[in-house]
Design a protein around this ligand. Structure first.
Ligand code: MG
Length: 461
C-alpha cells in the first residue's frame, strides 16, 4: 500500500505542481505612492484624509505595521523595489553628483544588466506595464521599456523637476508625448490607462506597476477633488487616489478577476511633514533615517487567499517584493547575483504563527549606514551627517538604541541598559559595511550603476 502511494505521488507530483503553477499565477497590481506618510490613511490613523477604499482594502486583506523602504527618498527606494537589493548594492544610493536622487537628463540610471521584478514576471509569462513616475533614469537605456515592462506611460522623474530647457515630460514608451505636461489630470489619466491595461489583459496574468505622482510636492489634485477634503490640496489628492484605487478594485470585480489578483498599496518614503502630510506617530520625515522617513503604510488584498482583517507586525520591506512575487508567479530568481530581498509569502498569506525571515534591516542615508533594525530593536549608529528630516538641520548622533515595540517614536534611548543588544546589532552593521559599504568605504558586494556618455536626446530641447 505504501509503495503504491509512493508510486502514485511520484507520477502525480510533477503534473499537479505544473498544474498549480501554470493555471493559477496571480495577477499583480503594485500601487506605489510618492511621499505618502505612515499616518496619511484612515486605516493608519488619519482623521483628516478620507480613504474609504483603502480602508476597505485593509479590512478585506492584510495591513503591515512594520513595513520599510530602504531610503528616505525616491530613486534609491525605487531601485530596491525593482531589484530586491539595497541601493548601495546597485549603486543608486546617490546620483552622478552625489545628490540624493536622479535629476533630469541624468547620465546615471538603473543598470540594464540588473534583473528587475518586471523582467522576472515577463519571463514567467506576464503582461507588464509601468504607469506613473519612474525615477530610475531618463535615458532610453534606463527606461521601464528596457527593464522588463512591455509599455510605459508617465513622467520619468519627480513632478517638481521641470526645467527651462527640459519641461516636465509625459512619456509613452520611449517617446516624449507632451511637455510640459498638465499635472492636475495625471491621476485620472493614469487610472484610465490602468483600467484599459487590466481589461486588455484579463485573459492572461498581468503585472501592473502603478507609481503615482501623488503626493509629491507641488500638489496637483484632479478635477472633482479640488477643495473637497478637510486637509487642503494634500488631502484632496490622497482622496483622489483613494477613489482611483476603488475604481481599480471595481474593475477587478466586474471582470471577475478579484480572486486571482493580489493588490499591493504602499509608498516610496515618508512624508516631508509639510503641506498636510503626516508620519504620526513616528519621528522624522522624508529624507531621514528616523522611522518617519522609512517606515511606510503597506496594504495587500487578495480575496480568498489573504484572510480579511489580518495585521502583520513582523519586519518586512519592499526588498522582499521581488523574491515573494517571483515565488507566487512561479518565476525564477537570478542565480548569479546577490539579492537582499527574502520570500515573505507566509507573512503575506497571514499564515498562523508566521515569522519574518528578515533578521536585519539597514537604514542608509545617501552613502551612510545610519541605523540597523533587528527584531524589535533599532540601533542608531554615530555618523557625520544626520538630517532631522526635511528641515536639513544637522544633528549630533550619539549611539542610540530603541525598543520599537514599545517606543516606535524613538523617544527613549536605552543603549546603556542593553549593552549585549547594542553589541549584537553592531556586528550586523559591521557585516553590512563590509558587504555594501559605508561613507567612502566601498563594499565588496556592490555592483555598478548604468552609465551613458550623453544625456537623453529625447528630453533635451
Ligand atoms: Mg518619494
Amino acid at each position: 500500500m505504501k509503495l503504491l502511494l509512493a508510486l502514485l505521488l511520484l507520477v502525480q507530483s510533477p503534473c499537479s505542481l505544473f498544474a498549480v503553477q501554470s493555471s493559477t499565477p496571480p495577477n499583480i497590481i503594485l500601487i506605489y505612492m510618492d511621499d505618502l506618510g505612515y499616518g496619511d490613511l484612515g486605516c493608519f490613523g488619519s482623521t483628516k484624509n478620507r480613504t474609504p477604499n483603502l480602508d476597505r482594502m485593509a479590512a478585506e486583506g492584510i495591513r503591515f505595521t512594520d513595513f520599510y523602504v530602504t531610503s528616505g527618498v525616491c530613486t534609491p527606494s525605487r531601485a530596491s523595489l525593482m531589484t530586491g537589493c539595497y541601493p548601495r548594492r546597485v549603486n543608486l544610493h546617490v546620483d552622478e553628483n552625489d545628490k540624493w536622487v536622479l535629476f533630469p537628463a541624468a547620465r546615471k540610471g538603473l543598470n540594464p544588466k540588473e534583473t528587475t521584478i518586471a523582467e522576472i514576471l515577463k519571463t514567467a509569462g506576464y503582461a507588464t506595464t509601468c504607469i506613473g513616475k519612474w525615477h530610475l533614469g531618463d535615458h532610453p537605456d534606463f527606461l521601464p521599456t528596457r527593464h522588463g515592462f512591455d509599455s510605459y506611460f508617465g513622467i520619468p522623474y519627480s513632478n517638481d523637476m521641470g526645467r527651462k530647457n527640459i519641461p516636465l515630460p509625459l512619456m509613452r514608451d520611449e517617446e516624449v508625448i507632451e511637455a510640459p505636461v498638465k499635472q492636475a489630470p495625471l491621476t485620472r489619466r493614469y487610472t484610465d490607462e490602468a483600467i484599459s491595461f487590466i481589461t486588455k489583459n484579463k485573459e492572461r496574468p498581468f503585472f501592473l506597476y502603478l507609481p503615482h505622482t501623488c503626493v509629491h510636492l507641488p500638489l496637483f489634485p484632479g478635477e472633482g477633488f479640488q477643495g473637497k477634503s478637510a486637509n487642503g490640496k494634500y488631502g484632496d489628492w490622497i482622496e483622489e487616489v483613494d477613489a482611483a484605487t476603488g475604481e481599480l478594485l471595481k474593475t477587478l470585480k466586474d471582470l471577475k478577476l478579484e480572486k486571482n489578483t493580489l493588490v499591493i498599496f504602499t509608498s516610496d518614503n515618508g512624508s516631508n511633514g509639510r503641506n498636510g502630510g503626516s508620519n504620526a506617530p513616528l519621528k522624522g520625515t522624508k529624507g531621514s533615517t528616523h522611522e518617519g522617513g522609512m517606515r511606510v503604510p503597506c496594504l495587500m488584498r487578495w480575496p480568498g487567499t489573504i484572510p480579511p482583517g489580518a495585521i502583520c507586525s513582523q519586519l518586512a520591506s519592499t526588498l522582499d517584493f521581488l523574491p515573494t512575487l517571483t515565488a507566487l508567479a512561479g518565476g525564477a530568481l537570478p542565480q548569479e547575483r546577490k539579492i537582499d530581498g527574502l520570500n515573505i509569502t507566509d507573512l503575506v498569506l497571514a499564515k498562523e504563527g508566521a515569522q519574518t525571515p528578515r533578521s536585519s534591516l539597514f537604514y542608509y542615508h545617501t552613502t551612510q549606514l545610519q541605523a540597523v533594525r533587528s527584531g524589535k530593536w533599532k540601533l542608531v549608529l554615530p555618523h557625520d551627517v544626520r538630517f532631522d528630516g526635511w528641515s536639513g538641520k544637522k544633528e549630533d548622533s550619539p549611539l542610540e538604541l530603541y525598543d520599537l515595540s514599545t517606543d516606535p517614536s524613538e523617544n527613549s534611548n536605552v543603549a546603556a541598559k542593553y549593552p549585549a543588544v547594542v553589541e549584537q546589532l553592531r556586528k550586523l552593521a559591521h557585516e553590512a559595511r563590509k558587504d555594501l559599504g559605508d561613507g567612502p568605504q566601498k563594499g565588496t558586494g556592490q555592483r555598478p550603476a548604468g552609465w551613458v556618455d550623453q544625456a537623453s536626446p529625447r528630453l533635451l530641447r
